[in-house]
Design a protein around this ligand. Structure first.
Ligand SMILES: [Zn+2]
Length: 371
């Protein structure tokens, strides 16, 4: 089975989150020389397969076998891969069974390595991800088997295959500001404290404000107002409260503490005395450590990408979240690289066969470079 045939076979498992749909049994038999560790909780399964060649470093290929539901109108069966003009159509083709096929093929065909090679595959990346990658990492930690370095084969490329390696991700902070005024009759505004007037002052100070100036890897963290609610739909009633919702895609330079301080200062400047402020970091930001070892992994991977595609990949942190955040949290150096992401989560998701062949080439040459 070549990498493209392997991808087609993986697509045939309708592994909508949190189901692995029998694919783990197949993957275990495909990598039959590897030892397995599995976890299962609340319908979520994780599979870790490893092979120790020597005492050197441990490199792990991580990913998810689950996919989002087919959704929408498809020209082909979403769970039966169809190849048209060198392009493979099917749910998960790009996100991320293509990446999984490329690294499974690489692992199966590596004969020499100085350390340990492994793969960590979850069935819950597209869902809540509570018992997914995190749970397996906990188990590996207990067993003292955490890898030294991970590649997550998520679809990272944008305009051309080979253009982007993700070196981190922005986090996401959700927050709520409640301005507490004093309601009253519109005819007697002097007797009321109008929270809408207070909010209008506050908004000029906070809306779309950049909380840091960004750097070579991160865009500035911007405070984005997403909702404002107040009033009762009446012309003659001054409301007593107003609620503002906001979201910040934050870099590693901004955290909830910093946002809290910034908002409290703004509240003071706007003359707001009574308010409630709450926020939650729904996913963490991270950046590949800038130490020499991590830099070396990036350089090696970038060299392999350029050799296979002709593109010098840029280091990016753009886009949504991925399980790489859980891996980084354990102090493991992690990079993400995979196919183009143009059609992910959309009907007629696809990936070119050529990308999968080249991705396999990249992973294989990276493993060779490392060991
Ligand atoms: Zn994905």
């Amino acid at each position: 089975m070549n990498p493209v045939e392997l991808l087609k076979h993986l697509i045939s498992f309708p592994s909508v989150t949190p189901s692995e749909s029998g694919s783990f049994k197949f993957i275990k038999s495909y990598l039959d020389g590897f030892d397995a560790i599995e976890t299962q909780k609340e319908g979520v399964k994780n599979l870790f397969l490893y092979k120790k060649f020597g005492d050197g470093e441990h490199i792990c290929f991580a990913g998810h076998i689950d996919v989002v539901p087919a959704g929408g109108e498809w020209r082909t069966d979403p769970f039966e891969a169809t190849e048209i003009d060198g392009v493979i159509y099917g749910r998960g083709a790009a996100d991320m069974k293509g990446g999984v096929a490329a690294f499974l093929y690489t692992l199966k065909h590596t004969e020499n390595f100085k350390g340990t090679l492994s793969t960590l595959i979850t069935s819950d990346e597209e869902g809540d991800a509570i018992y997914g990658t995190t749970l397996m990492l906990e188990k590996l930690k207990e067993l003292n088997m955490l890898p030294d370095f991970c590649i997550v084969a998520e679809p990272t490329c944008e305009a051309a295959f080979g253009d982007t390696i993700k070196v981190g991700r922005r986090g996401s902070i959700n927050g709520k500001i409640k301005i507490i005024g004093r309601g009253g009759h519109a005819a007697y505004p002097e007797k009321a404290i109008n929270p809408i007037v207070l909010a209008s002052k506050l908004l000029t100070l906070i809306a779309d404000k950049e909380l840091d100036s960004g750097d070579e890897f991160f865009a500035p963290s911007r405070l984005v107002i997403t909702d404002i609610k107040s009033g009762y739909g009446k012309h003659n009633v001054i409301p007593s409260e107003l609620e503002i919702l906001f979201n910040i895609r934050n870099s590693t330079a901004t955290d909830t503490k910093k946002v809290d301080l910034f908002l409290k200062e703004a509240m003071q400047k706007a003359g707001i005395e009574k308010f409630e402020l709450s926020m939650e970091q729904s996913s963490n930001s991270f950046l590949l450590e800038k130490d020499e070892k991590s830099k070396l992994y990036f350089e090696k991977l970038a060299e392999c990408v350029e050799a296979a595609t002709g593109y010098k990949p840029k280091a990016s942190t753009a886009g949504g979240t991925s399980d790489a955040r859980f891996i980084a949290k354990e102090g493991i150096a992690v990079l993400e690289f995979g196919p183009r992401n143009e059609t992910i989560h959309a009907p007629n998701e696809c990936v070119s066969a050529d990308e999968i062949v080249k991705l396999t080439e990249i992973f294989s040459s990276f493993v060779t470079k490392c060991g």
